[in-house]
Design a protein around this ligand. Structure first.
Ligand SMILES: Nc1ncnc2c1ncn2[C@@H]1O[C@H](COP(=O)(O)OP(=O)(O)O)[C@@H](O)[C@H]1O
Ligand SMILES: [Mg+2]
Length: 355
């Protein structure tokens, strides 16, 4: 089976591609920056100016900057090949405001979060809230867009700075955790790895890029359930879920559909890339088998088995051996009890019942 990863080619993507090579016959790394999507009656995805090849599985990753392109690629290919992330997930996960709205609608526990369209409206919010608070840019990552304010005075001055930058933002209840957050990696219906990240002394953000230290963590069943449900609610089969342990239990603050793998692999000693690769392979096979069965059924419906039928397809291999399509087996009505005469020459194989 053939797979491609469309991404910016980070170290984590290389780790994943290497793991996928154990399961797939071909793993192509395609640079997101060389992809175009043509929107017309049919949507077409081009790589380096040519129509993208046929793949059984395509895993698309990238940063917020490429949100529209990521969505367009996925929208175009989603029904033709197995893709673990639904098109809409690229918009939700790349925007913390949409993420929190989605989490709220899904009835998942989250910190109280306030939105407003104007600075005067935001100042009114700042007059009502309990301090400290967190303010965030919707598109921030690695802790870079997270601001901490311990009083109205500091929050109000941050707000004025945000106004001059013309940046959208959200205001959020501060969850006291002593600078610890929980990162859980969801793959399909399972949590495959989890870590606690502890912020550097004097720092509120636990991100590893902000100096946080990760250590292996075993989440309880409830925490796992919340993480799995959150990922599912945005249509992401592979997702990192960031949570904070509040006095009332875990709350979700971020969904990351392009998570780094190095930090969590080092902290947990779990081969997360392998877990993802194995899952992608299983799902691809499942989807392919289902597609083959449906196609076989469709062909069988209007086929005259005596006349023969051309089947235009790509070949499936098990190791070095050719595995014939199900439809060929069905039409020929050959089974393991039959003796056959097999004629093979370059570019051709014929199989005939021997009688
Ligand atoms: N509401 C909050 N209360 C306390 N700490 C928070 C809150 N929101 C974020 N943080 C801290 O900031 C870090 C980064 O926030 P997050 O929303 O995950 O954005 P990023 O995309 O930058 O990782 C979190 O891992 C956590 O340590
Ligand atoms: Mg985060």
């Amino acid at each position: 089976m053939r797979t491609a990863i469309i991404s910016l080619g980070s170290k984590s993507t290389v780790m994943l591609a290497e793991a996928m090579e154990k399961y797939f016959t071909t793993v192509d790394m395609l640079d997101l920056r060389n992809i175009e999507v043509n929107l017309s009656k049919e949507m077409e995805v081009l790589y380096e100016g040519k129509p993208i090849q046929k793949y059984d599985c395509i895993y698309v990753k990238g940063s917020h900057k490429y949100e529209q392109l990521l969505r367009a690629i996925t929208a175009s290919l989603y029904n033709k090949t197995y893709m673990p992330i639904k098109p809409i997930a690229f918009n939700i996960a790349h925007d913390k405001i949409y993420t929190q709205i989605n989490i709220q609608q899904n009835k998942t526990p989250m910190p109280t979060t306030y939105l407003s369209a104007t600075i005067p409206a935001a100042k009114n919010i700042l007059k009502k809230v309990n301090y400290p608070i967190i303010m965030k840019f919707p598109h921030g990552t690695q802790g870079k867009g997270v601001m901490f304010a311990d009083s109205f005075a500091s929050a109000s001055s941050i707000l004025d700075a945000l106004d001059t930058l013309k940046q959208p933002f959200l205001i959020q209840e501060y969850i006291e955790t002593g600078g610890v957050d929980i990162r859980v990696i969801v793959v399909g219906d399972k949590v495959v790895a989890a870590m606690k990240r502890r912020a550097e002394i004097g720092e509120k953000r636990a991100n590893i890029h902000a100096g946080g230290i990760g250590e292996a963590y075993l989440p309880d069943a409830y925490t796992k359930k919340i993480a799995i449900e959150s990922a599912k609610s945005i249509g992401a089969e592979i997702c990192a879920v960031d949570m904070l342990e509040s006095v009332k239990g875990p709350v979700v603050i971020e969904l990351n559909i392009s998570p780094g793998l190095q930090g969590i692999t080092e902290a947990t000693k779990i081969d997360v890339a392998d877990k993802i690769a194995k899952y992608l392979h299983e799902k691809t096979k499942e989807k392919k088998d289902k597609k083959n069965k449906t196609e076989a059924k469709e062909i069988m419906k209007d086929i005259n088995t005596a006349e023969g039928h051309d089947i235009i397809t790509q070949l499936d291999f098990r190791g070095d051996r050719i595995l014939l399509p199900l439809v060929a087996t069905k039409i020929s009505k050959l089974n393991e009890k039959h003796e056959v005469c097999l004629t093979a020459k370059k570019d051709e194989i014929r199989i005939k019942k021997f009688c």
